[in-house]
Design a protein around this ligand. Structure first.
Ligand code: PLP
Length: 458
């Protein structure tokens, strides 16, 4: 399988090169040249596979330049850190099925992709005799999942900036209790925006970036999307008829993986895109209005996003795989911060996606109602999805809601909804007694650069 850029400036590169490239060199995003359609008999055979076995079958179609036994080993290693025997168990709750994607080390769905990406980077770097220093900023979730994906890996270090004393206590512990020598938590005396601005400035210093071989683990890396495709196929194979899958959405990374799974298998009737009050994707799907609004902080913070970084990948298909059109649209978008879509385009998108959005009040109400009816506690992100999924129930179509975080990660929102905090899993309780390691630095790019220069792997 070869890879291309959504903007047409890159083509014919291998899976491994696509993973190492991250963002395409022409500013676009990388995609497989074609999406394989899996024949019926093969799908039938896949039904009996355990999760890791299915992951191998799905991924090998896209990662043909990696020897199968190596890929198998990477998958085995990546999902052995999950605490549930089924990795991503499916449970019936009320009138929907919940697929729990939160049994990885940081209790959020990002572990599914980042455990794999960390192992894959380590493998590719050692094959190429190279090293990499990963740099990123976090307001909580992604940073801790990235740290757990990279810790202890050879040939790489990770520097994650978080705002000092401004991330939730659990998220802070999940990051700072990782004391492996290749992990550097930088607690910045400033806001998340300061952290992000520092990281951006450093990445724009091309000389520094080259010298320290800086890399990123953000959600535009194709390997992250690929790891997520697997659980859509896994979920759909559990039923004897096409399913609907509802996704609490921020950057469009998770649901885009669902779109690939839909194209590959034909087992997904439609995807349901759920947003919180930051509803740019809801507006796009309901009326063709993709215009950037102001980010509103909510109780589902990992979905507080206005520019969905993976949306460009979908645009490529909406525009019938025409890279010229994508490039023009993205140039227009970077100028005007808005794209308008025709009624025909919206109609086309609606063949693949249903949509809805939930206010914070509706989200809390959903957590409360589901708890009262079933005893099951939803985290606020998952609750946004469940609220929207319940609006799209149809007879004879099973609806699966992706649970993107464990409720214990968001105890305040849960308490607000049901009057008590969710039970805290042992893995979180244990964090409170662990040694912690982090460095407090001022919100000053030069000081962060000095720190990286001193600790980077050469
Ligand atoms: C990242 C995240 C999301 C949003 O996923 P996208 O791939 O950005 O759409 C939803 N819920 C949780 C808990 C997350 O961490």
């Amino acid at each position: 399988m070869k890879y291309i850029s959504t903007r047409g400036g890159v083509s014919g590169i291998s899976f491994s090169d696509a993973v190492m490239m991250g963002l395409a060199t022409d500013g676009g995003l990388l995609l497989p040249q074609e999406i394989p359609e899996v024949p019926q008999e093969k799908l039938k055979a896949w039904k009996d596979l355990p999760y890791k076995g299915l992951a191998l079958e799905v991924m090998r179609l896209f990662a043909s330049d990696i020897p199968e036994e190596d890929l198998e080993r990477l998958i085995e290693k990546s999902y052995s850190t999950f605490t549930h025997p089924e990795i991503v168990p499916l449970v019936k709750v009320d009138r929907v099925y919940i697929m729990e994607l939160f049994h990885g080390p940081t209790l959020a769905f990002k572990d599914v992709a980042l455990q794999f990406l960390g192992n894959l980077f380590e493998y590719l770097l050692s094959k190429r005799n190279k090293t990499m220093n990963i740099l990123g900023a976090t307001s909580g979730d992604t940073g801790s999942a990235a740290i757990h994906g990279v810790k202890g890996r050879k040939n790489m270090t990770i520097f994650i900036l978080h705002p000092h004393k401004r991330v939730s206590p659990i998220q802070e512990l999940q990051m700072t209790t990782v004391t492996d020598p290749n992990v550097f938590n930088l607690s910045i005396e400033g806001t998340f925006d300061d952290c992000q601005a520092i990281v951006k400035t450093i990445f724009n210093d091309l000389e520094f970036k080259e010298r320290y071989r800086l890399g990123a683990v953000n959600s535009i890396n194709w390997a992250r999307v690929l790891a997520q495709v697997v659980y859509y196929v896994w979920a759909a194979l559990k039923f004897d008829r096409p399913v609907r899958i509802c996704v609490p959405t921020g950057n469009f990374g998770n649901i885009f993986a669902g779109y690939i799974a839909k194209k590959m298998t034909g087992l997904i009737e439609r995807l349901i895109l759920a947003t919180n009050e930051n509803d740019i994707l809801y507006r796009f799907l309901s009326r063709g209005d993709y215009s950037v609004g102001k980010v509103v902080p909510t109780i589902s913070p990992s979905m507080d996003i206005q520019v969905a970084s993976n949306f460009e990948r979908y645009l490529y298909y909406l525009y019938d795989e025409d890279p010229k059109k994508v490039k023009e649209a993205m140039e227009e978008f970077s100028k005007s911060k808005a794209l308008k879509f025709s009624a025909e385009e919206v109609e086309k998108a609606q063949k693949d996606f249903l949509t809805g959005s939930a206010t914070q009040e509706e989200t809390l109400k959903t957590i409360k109602e589901i708890y009262e009816r079933t005893g099951y506690i939803l985290d606020p992100h998952t609750a946004v999805g469940v609220k929207v999924a319940l609006e799209h129930l149809e007879e004879k179509i099973p609806v699966i809601c992706l649970a993107t975080a464990h409720p214990a990660k968001f105890p305040d929102a849960v308490k607000k909804a049901i009057g008590k905090e969710p039970p805290i899993p042992k893995t979180i309780k244990d964090l409170f007694n662990k040694e912690r390691r982090f460095s407090v630095l001022p919100a000053d790019t030069e000081r962060v650069k000095e720190f990286i220069a001193k600790h980077a792997i050469s």
